[in-house]
Design a protein around this ligand. Structure first.
Ligand code: FAD
Length: 399
């Protein structure tokens, strides 16, 4: 079978990976940009590894577990939990698994009331015995915010922890994202925390490309038109295929959340932590700060430290985050040197939660991409796998 795939993001690459695994080798991927990985990309600049928008892999993701070799990625783990900063106070929210001291600190000084902490424990226990499929198969639709309120968390706990944390996960400020994503990601964070590969996030697609073969990807080939058995590129060339997979979102109606990510370098860390630092100050612009090279030393060379700062929305000027940074860490922020800004207009898709779609559409074309399932590495890879499985099922029973 000869397959043409449009888009070498995680969905397209995962589709090609499963096809090859099942002995379908005649696969050509058309990619409009110069790299494979789409939204997962890292550039090397002046001794720094800069991910194009702060991203993490949650190693508990079921789809990445099936495909990626974590050992080869040399995952560098964040400390579980987070450090919340509000009104000059540091509020620990550490995972009890980190030891008794973490447990005591979180119970005594952590966010919310004692009742909130019991509720957190209850939620963790519920999720530890709930499968990912059960979470997503739940037909009850409600926003994450509505879910947290219904679960009984106090307003203080929601404002001091849930909102600052999930603003940085959902890349939207009101937690309108479907509660199944809240439960899924919270389960993933609780099980195996968060990590980045030693060589940056682009090591994830690079591993897929290693298996697929770079020769199967045609870079700088923007697809203009397609049918169920043909692909036409911008230069007017048309090629025929047995099946065509659209692994990018050509639907202009999808709404995407936008995010701004600044990188700074410094000789001295403002604080020594491997936790994600959450900004819970009222009236904030930035969501979180990550001392990236403290977690993954390879992200900075020459004794420098690399700091990632993220804010939802579009804020091209570095000055947009300086006041917030000073409120978190004091005047020493003025010594930091700006390295790079990424404004990502299309980050996570706002989607109507739908998991029961079929990759094969009525026009005979196969579709995949995070926008069809969930905006995440896991969602993109699940959609790519499902498209491949539907194609494989056409020729042999899927193994
Ligand atoms: C800033 C940011 C932070 C994120 N944080 C996280 C996180 O922490 N954890 C997590 O799990 N997920 C995170 N995500 C989500 C995750 O990165 C994406 O869901 C996933 O990478 C999307 O993969 P995809 O293949 O569906 O789409 P894309 O990556 O968009 O891939 C589509 C590909 O198709 C190509 N293409 C488009 N049009 C054409 C055309 N006409 N012809 C040829 N090629 C075309 C594009 O160039 C691209 O390479 C984040 C995303 C962003 C942007």
């Amino acid at each position: 079978m000869k397959i043409g795939i449009i888009g070498a993001g995680l969905a397209g690459l995962t589709c090609a990976w499963y096809l090859k695994k099942n002995n379908i080798h005649d696969v050509t991927i058309f990619e409009s940009s110069e790299w494979a990985g789409g939204k997962l990309h890292t550039t090397q600049e002046n001794g720094f590894l800069l991910d194009r928008g702060f991203q993490v892999l949650l190693p508990a993701y079921p789809e990445t577990k099936k495909v990626l070799d974590y050992k080869k990625l040399e995952l560098q783990s964040f400390a579980k939990g987070s450090l919340i900063v509000k009104n000059n106070k540091k509020i620990p929210f550490y995972d009890p698994e980190n030891g008794l001291a973490s447990l005591v600190q979180t119970v005594v000084y952590g966010p919310g009331t004692f009742w909130d902490k019991l509720l957190l424990l209850k939620l963790k226990l519920i999720l530890s015995s709930t499968s990912v499929d059960q979470i997503f198969d739940n037909k009850k639709r409600m926003s994450s915010m509505a879910y947290l309120k219904e679960f009984g968390f106090s307003e203080k706990m929601i404002q001091d922890f849930w909102v600052p944390f999930y603003q940085g996960v959902f890349l939207e400020n009101t937690l309108e994202t479907d509660s199944s994503m809240l439960l899924f990601t919270f389960k993933m964070f609780a099980e195996e925390g968060a990590a980045v590969p030693k060589e940056g996030m682009k090591a994830i697609p690079a591993q897929l490309v290693d298996f697929i073969g770079e020769n199967n990807i045609r870079f700088k080939q923007k697809v203009q038109e397609y049918t169920h058995n043909s692909i036409t590129t911008e230069d007017g060339k048309t090629e025929t295929f047995d099946k065509v997979v659209v692994a990018c979102n050509l639907n202009k109606d999808t709404f995407y959340h936008s995010v701004t990510n600044w990188y700074f370098e410094t000789d001295k860390l403002p604080i020594n932590t491997k936790h994600i630092i959450l900004n819970a100050n009222p009236g904030r612009t930035i969501n979180n700060v990550v001392l990236l090279s403290n977690v993954a030393p390879n992200y900075a060379q020459n004794g420098k430290h690399l700091i990632s700062v993220s804010a939802n929305g579009i804020h091209p000027e570095p000055s947009a985050c300086i006041n917030d940074l000073i409120s978190l860490f004091g005047e020493e922020v003025n010594q930091w040197k700006w390295v790079q800004t990424y404004v990502i207009k299309e980050s996570l898709p706002k989607i109507n939660f739908e998991r029961s779609y079929s990759a094969a559409a009525q026009d005979g074309v196969f579709y995949c991409g995070d926008y069809l399932i969930q905006g995440s590495i896991n969602g993109a890879m699940e959609s790519g796998r499902r498209a491949a499985e539907e194609i494989i099922a056409l020729q042999t029973p899927y193994k």
